[in-house]
Structures are given as structure tokens and as C-alpha cells.
Write a protein that binds this ligand. Structure first.
Ligand code: C2E
Ligand code: CA
Ligand code: CA
Ligand code: CA
Length: 274
């Protein structure tokens, strides 16, 4: 009896220590990752009800010592260190560079870029976006910024101000992972949002109780005047149910996995040829 606790405690300690060490190592490695060219973007198609591509979502990848580290692990680390501001601005630039090139052959293709709250709160953010749009001569409405619900929970005046400044240049806003946060409808209602992205968890369960929730979100979008994208569509069955609900845009492995840059261009050119 007596010996049990210290043992478990020691084990727990080891695991904690392991996690802590990994965090410290990754943090250290993240410091120079941008300079060492270890980051890249991949692009996942978003399609309309007919299956035609309408936009890409840019997703970050980090190759460190021959291994791909998930953004689920490294984005929070960069948010904690504040490094996300600089790296996020690189992401924006890189995505817009790709968008500008795509725009030449496919005039209406859009680019969705994930924006961390830390990055959005940064003083230089609005200017940063403006500068990039100008530098690459991109029509503002082709750039969609994805933010999470939690953005709208505090400092609503400042948020509203920034959102509308950016919307003046045409930039669109999407609420990412919609339905997973705590923000009430009233908050979203007061924001001038262009799209919500229904979180994958609802799509996964759409054959059970997810359907009524998705329908409710769809009804809401009609009355509140924003459009809807379903995330994480993996099967034909899910696609059919979403179509029945009238969901206008979908994204997920069923249509395409995220693509390396060159493959995204190839995808786009075959989509035009069809
Ligand atoms: P997210 O913004 O919700 O992105 C969607 C995630 O779902 C991506 O994971 C994508 O690869 C994955 N996904 C897409 N379709 C499917 C599907 O059908 N099934 C399944 N199981 N997964 C699917 P990824 O690329 O690992 O990114 C994870 C998260 O990391 C993103 O979630 C986003 O929150 C964050 N992230 C990625 N790139 C960036 C970035 O450049 N900036 C910021 N701030 N965050 C980023
Ligand atoms: Ca996203
Ligand atoms: Ca999402
Ligand atoms: Ca997510």
C-alpha cells in the first residue's frame, strides 16, 4: 500500500518532465525555424454545391529534423511566446503570393488564412494586411480571414473597429470551428461576419444527432445573413446530408486533402479544364 503512491507519482513526474522537455526543445527550435525555411503552406480546396472549387484554405506545415510537427502542437507554442505575430505575417504574405499567382488564371478563386487571436490583437495587424494586399495587387474580397469565436468575447469595440477597417478593403471574415466555443448567438449577431465554418465534430455526427444542429445553423445563417462552410466532410453520405440541408460550401478529405503548393496549382488547372 505504502509503496504505491510514490511510484505512481514518480511515473507521472517522468511523463510531465518528458512533455516539458519536448516543449522546451520545440520552443528553442521554433526560434530560428522561419530563417531556416522550415515552414511551408499547404492548400486545401473548398468547393461549392456543384463540387467546383471556390477557394483554398492555407494551412501551415513545419518540418523539423526530418519530421512533420503538427500545427496543433506548434501553433499554441508560438502563441505563448508571441512568435505567432511574426510567423503569422509570413503566412499571410506567402498565402497572398500564391493567391496573386492563382488570380491570374482563375480570377475568382479565394484564399482563406487562419489568424491567431494574438496576431489579430497586435497593433500592426490592419496595416500588415493592407500592405500585403497592395503589394500583391489582390482584390480584397478574395482574401478571407479565419478567426475563432473567442475573438468576439472581449473588447468588442476594438474588435469591431478592426473588423470593419479590414472589411472596408473588401476582406471577408469567417468564424472558424463554429459551435465549439462559448460565444452566444447574440455576439455573432452583432458582428458583421461573412462566413461560419461548422466544426468537423458536427459533420462527424451528422448521421445521428448532428443533423438537427447543422440545420439550425443553416437556418440561423439565412436570417443573420452570413454564409456557411461545412468542415471535415469525409464521406459521400455526409455530403448528401449537407446538400439536403442546403449547405452552400464544403471542405474535407472527401473532396481533397491539403495539397502542396504545386499540386494546388495543378488541381486548379484541371478544375478549369473540366
Ligand atoms: P483548422 O483551421 O480548423 O483547420 C482544419 C484542420 O482540419 C486542418 O488540420 C486540416 O488538415 C484538417 N482537415 C481538413 N479536412 C479534414 C477531414 O475531412 N478530416 C479530418 N480528420 N481533418 C480534416 P491541420 O492542417 O493539422 O491544422 C490544425 C489547426 O492548426 C488548424 O485547424 C488551425 O487551427 C491551426 N493552423 C494551421 N495553420 C495555421 C496558420 O497558418 N495560422 C494559424 N494561426 N493557425 C493555423
Ligand atoms: Ca481554419
Ligand atoms: Ca476549423
Ligand atoms: Ca480546428
Amino acid at each position: 500500500q505504502k509503496g504505491k503512491y510514490p511510484e505512481r507519482f514518480a511515473f507521472y513526474n517522468l511523463e510531465l518532465e518528458h512533455n516539458l522537455r519536448r516543449k522546451m526543445t520545440l520552443n528553442e527550435a521554433l526560434k530560428g525555424a522561419l530563417e531556416r525555411d522550415e515552414f511551408r503552406l499547404v492548400y486545401q480546396p473548398i468547393v461549392d454545391a456543384t463540387g467546383q472549387i471556390v477557394s483554398f484554405e492555407a494551412l501551415m506545415r513545419w518540418r523539423y529534423q526530418e519530421q512533420e510537427i503538427s500545427p496543433v502542437e506548434f501553433i499554441p507554442l508560438m502563441e505563448q511566446s508571441g512568435r505567432i505575430v511574426q510567423v503569422g505575417s509570413w503566412v499571410l504574405e506567402e498565402a497572398c503570393k500564391t493567391l496573386a499567382k492563382m488570380h491570374k488564371t482563375n480570377a475568382e478563386i479565394c484564399m482563406c488564412v487562419n489568424i491567431s487571436l494574438i496576431q489579430f490583437y497586435d497593433k500592426g495587424f490592419v496595416n500588415n494586411v493592407n500592405r500585403v494586399i497592395e503589394r500583391y495587387a489582390i482584390p480584397g474580397h478574395l482574401l478571407h480571414l479565419e478567426v475563432t469565436e473567442s475573438l468576439f468575447q472581449s473588447e468588442q469595440m476594438m474588435i469591431n473597429e478592426k473588423v470593419s477597417q479590414l472589411q472596408q478593403c473588401g476582406v471577408k471574415f469567417s468564424v472558424d470551428d463554429f459551435g465549439t466555443g462559448y460565444s452566444s448567438l447574440s455576439v455573432i449577431q452583432n458582428m458583421n461576419i461573412d462566413y461560419i465554418k461548422i466544426d468537423r465534430s458536427f459533420i462527424q455526427h451528422i448521421e445521428q444527432k448532428g443533423l438537427s444542429i447543422v440545420q439550425a445553423m443553416m437556418n440561423m445563417s439565412n436570417s443573420l445573413n452570413f454564409s456557411v462552410i461545412a468542415e471535415g466532410v469525409e464521406t459521400e453520405k455526409q455530403r448528401q446530408l449537407l446538400e439536403k440541408c442546403g449547405i452552400p460550401y464544403m471542405q474535407g478529405y472527401y473532396f481533397s486533402r491539403p495539397l502542396e503548393r504545386a499540386n494546388a496549382f495543378a488541381y486548379l488547372s484541371t478544375a478549369i479544364a473540366e
